[in-house]
Design a protein around this ligand. Sequence first.
Ligand code: NDP
Length: 287
Amino acid sequence: ILIPSLGLVLAFWFYSARDTFKPEMLRGKRVIVTGASTGIGEQMAYHLARMGSHLLLTARTEAKLQNVVRRCLELGAASARFVSGTMEDMAFAQHVVREAQTTLGGLDMLILNHVGASYFGFFDGDVEHVRKLLEINFLSYVAMTTSALPMLKESEGSIVVVSSMAGKVGFPFTVPYSATKFALDGFFSSLRQEFTIQSINVSITLCILGFIDTERAVRAAAEVLAERPAPRDECALEILKGAALRRRELYYRYSSTRLPLLLRDCAAELLDYLVRSRYRLPATPGA
Ligand code: NDP
């Protein structure tokens, strides 16, 4: 009786220890954060700064990045710098990773978070917009991952992919955006399988977010979404905890993401209905 009980206690202790996040886990880590000039990316930069990480931030708007870098240094970042440019350009995506090699001497965590502008409304048939959004929201993620992989293998580091409920279940009014987020799941979940087969110790954390109170999201959806957005600073911290603990997937908030998704396999139409019922629907043209 004693030996199995001891085994159970040890297993419980091991599981709890595995599950405990400590800010020290990210101290001194070399981290790239994309889309760091505003929103959730900016908040992740501030949390990482408080934890003492080395930061390489990127987005398009240099003036905003300068302010974020300054604040990160005030908050205690081990170092903080930025590279500005657009993720429409795959050469730029690769350039950011090379900067990490040159200035940080390697990389422990690649946080892929940026998102290109899209519209909120019925799909308008603009194929060129879908192509451009795929380049920004998907292909640049692939390009950065590919370039960063040698450094991440060496550090046994982590890739963090910021996605959405719209990347797990069909969402109306964000068809091109949703398509890019589904693509991320396909690519990174398959890549994770290959890492396991090849014993590559690089974790991939796919983050499934609900409605978060960033300016862009609130401007786009607050009037039509019948729910309150969750706070972006808390969301940013949860992403970092999930990444540090090398979680496979991170759901924020759990009640509005993971729980409804449990319906997907057994009651898909009910889930579709619940998703539609979140919206104050606009009048259908011609109806
Ligand atoms: P924001 O719009 O606040 O921030 C987007 C960031 O991406 C900015 O830093 C922006 O900076 C950068 N960016 C935009 N276009 C480009 C480009 N072409 N090249 C390089 N960088 C670019 O977004 P959120 O913080 O709301 O979202 C962050 C992530 O969270 C996204 O992946 C989003 O899909 C996901 N998410 C957000 C939700 C929400 O409700 N907020 C819900 C579900 C998922 P700049 O303009 O200076 O380039």
